[in-house]
Design a protein around this ligand. Structure first.
Ligand code: M6R
Length: 588
């Protein structure tokens, strides 16, 4: 993953502050270490620290560096531990480099360079690219030739930014499967995403795989895979790319939870489903990861029930490695918040290569992302920039698009969707009740989430939310499956969080809860006022607004997000930047 940024000031002012600001917007991509390098009269000056960006900011106060051209990096470790020596920028005598991706042939390159007498300081794969460049300079090649030779030598995925000591007016950058945008405005910038450079730029060019660019304060020249100059289209920086900060909230996650009614409202207003969208489609294949995969599982329940089209949901990271049968006329739906998840992108490309009769659609929260650009058709979730690593508003917006698709031939259900934003708004008022539950479970080691039918994926998602930010081990189960094994986990302390509103599945779910209650003491119920009437005071109850049962997955996601949030705050963990995670997963 990792976030990279480069800035060239047009008026020769110091870019370090702007680089750090940009890195702050990229920290969602990783926060194991951070670093910056500038080039100027004093040559290449570098500063790096382990841990979050704040540490780099503190170090810069004590040891300021300055220059009108610089590159920065925030790391999500792949090769080598999160230490300062493994932090980027990587430096040699004449080269500074930042890298996002994985250089797959780094061992061969490294052993060759070692044999030639070059030394290495880190355990990273990235360092071979920098040392390789140094070798080419030592062999007498100029920076451009050295850069091109390096691009030919490395195999794998990359977004590179490189500065040469002897070319202090230029940033060289290249992309293969790792995102990169070049921006123009007050300054000329390069970043892993448009949001990181939007403060300084009004127009953006997205690099495609195999492209490289030479960037100066006067603009950029773009080259394709054959090093031929190419014209690239500039697009305006739009509001949906701009991270507007925490807006007075203590964390992005709670701000984003609170934004859900508006995100759902906006998503309902856009994304009209073309009349003939499902014509000649014999099946639907949904490809996604993590939370987006859970949205896909809900989609399966809805699509099969209301469109009667067989639907398969696949974990994108598994899909292309198991020789799947891709039937003709399949509608492939890739669901993604970031639009950059490499597993989802590659699964989509695999379908493209192997069956040309398939139609490829994406549900994406980022316009112009790699997945959005690769799909034949895009439904855009209008959630706005999501910064918290734990996905919240993007998830319910994905579900909203899926509901619009699934109910597109059912006018009664389509009109029911209009009740959602208000019901979601009312559910946010339950925060005080949820605070009390959170106190009770914050010290637990394990938690169980139970649901049935389309609330089963929401049990999975509730458990994922809790475990990824609070580090409490949580598992979601289909409630009817408990008796086939997981029931052994129940004891007097483990919280059993049950999704049991009134409706078609209520009686079955009620029985499953009785079975759990006969063995455990800590039942927490999320229900509506009708459902609550069937339970006595021995269970904790959170009572949600009433709504059409088909919309439960969207509504019931919200209190589970709140629960995970409050538990994590009580535990004093970093809600927005949980350990080991990154928001945009661009390595396999
Ligand atoms: O950007 P994507 O939706 O493709 O990302 C997929 C997963 O990495 C993501 O949903 C992840 O599981 C989140 N941490 C969940 O909160």
């Amino acid at each position: 993953m990792c976030g990279i940024i480069g800035i060239i000031s047009k008026c020769n002012s110091n870019v370090v502050f702007d680089i750090v600001n940009g890195l702050e917007k990229l920290e969602y991509r990783g926060y194991d270490s951070a670093g910056v390098v500038v080039v100027g009269d004093n040559g290449l000056q570098r500063l790096r620290t382990v841990g979050k960006l704040k540490n780099l900011e503190d170090k810069l106060k004590v040891n300021p560096i300055s220059g009108a051209i610089g590159i920065g990096h925030t790391r999500w470790a792949t090769h080598g531990k999160a230490t300062e020596e493994n932090a980027h920028p990587v430096l040699t005598k004449d080269v500074a480099l930042v890298h996002n991706g994985i250089i797959e042939n780094y061992k061969e390159l490294k052993s060759d360079l070692l044999q030639k007498g070059y030394k290495f300081e880190s355990q990273t794969d990235s360092e071979v690219a920098a040392v390789y460049l140094q070798m080419q300079l030592d062999n007498g090649f100029d920076p451009r030739e050295a850069f091109r030779k390096m691009l030919r030598a490395v195999k794998g995925t990359y977004a590179f930014l490189v500065i040469f000591k002897n070319r202090p007016d230029m940033i060289f950058c290249a992309r293969n499967k790792s995102p990169m945008a070049v921006g123009f405005g007050k300054d000329v910038c390069v970043g892993s995403d448009a949001s990181s450079i939007s403060a300084n730029c009004s127009e953006i060019v997205y690099l495609d795989d195999g492209d490289y660019a030479e960037v100066t304060k006067n603009g950029a020249t773009f080259f394709d895979n054959d090093f031929k100059v190419v014209d690239k289209c500039r697009v305006a920086v739009t509001d949906d790319l701009i991270n507007t900060g925490k807006g007075g909230y203590s964390h992005y996650m709670i701000k984003e939870i609170m934004e859900q009614p508006s995100a759902i409202r906006k998503t309902l207003l856009s994304n009209d489903v073309p009349e003939a969208f499902f014509d000649n489609i014999s099946r639907i294949l949904i490809l996604a990861c993590g939370t987006s995969y859970h949205a896909g599982l809900v989609g399966k329940y809805w699509f099969e029930k209301y469109l009667r089209i067989p639907t398969h949901v696949e974990i994108a990271s598994e899909y292309r490695y198991r020789s799947p049968v891709i039937e003709d006329n399949t509608l492939v739906l890739v669901i993604t918040q970031s639009g950059e998840t490499i597993d989802s992108l590659e699964a989509m490309e695999y379908v493209k290569k192997n069956n040309s009769t398939c139609r490829l659609a994406a549900i994406s929260n980022v316009l112009n992302s790699a997945i959005s650009r690769s799909a034949d058709c895009v439904f855009h979730t209008e959630a706005g920039v999501e910064v918290g690593v734990a996905s919240t508003k993007a998830f319910t917006a994905q579900l909203t698009v899926l509901a619009k698709l699934a109910f597109s031939k059912n006018s009664k259900l389509l009109s029911q969707l209009q009740n959602l934003p208000q019901a979601c708004e009312d559910s946010l008022l339950l925060k005080n009740d949820i605070d009390k539950i959170a106190y009770k479970i914050k010290d637990c080691v394990n938690a169980i989430y139970l649901g049935r039918d389309s609330l089963y994926p929401i049990a999975l998602e509730g458990a994922l939310k809790l475990k990824e930010i609070s580090y409490i081990h949580a598992e979601g189960f289909a409630a009817g499956e408990m008796k086939h094994g997981p029931i052994a986990l129940i004891d007097d302390v483990v919280p059993i969080i049950c999704l049991c509103p009134s409706g078609d599945m209520f009686d079955k779910m009620f029985s499953n809860i009785q079975v759990a209650q006969a063995r455990g003491k800590n039942i927490i119920l999320f229900t509506d006022s009708v459902g609550a009437g069937s339970f006595d005071g021995s269970v904790e109850k959170i009572i949600l607004p009433s709504i059409n049962q088909e919309l439960y997955p969207i509504l019931y996601s919200i209190p589970l997000q709140l629960l995970a949030y409050v538990v994590t705050v009580l535990k004093g963990e970093d809600v927005d930047k949980p350990r080991n995670l990154a928001k945009s997963v661009t390595v396999e």
